[in-house]
Design a protein. Structure first.
Length: 58
């Protein structure tokens, strides 16, 4: 679909992720359980960690 570099697509588009909920690490499993109990599909897609200021997409 067009001539768009993959890194540019990752930067510009949400790449299929509908909504992101950020919660403290110690309540991740509870948050997923609450969302799923209310009919929402929930998956953990990453974590926020201290770093050098660079962004790594893995």
């Amino acid at each position: 679909m067009g001539d768009v570099d993959e890194r540019e697509m990752l930067r510009v588009f949400n790449m299929g992720i509908g909504m992101v909920v950020v919660v403290p690490h110690d309540v991740v499993h509870r948050a997923v359980a609450v969302l799923e109990a209310n009919g929402q599909r929930a998956v953990v897609i990453g974590e926020i960690v201290a770093g050098s200021g660079a962004v790594a997409v893995t």
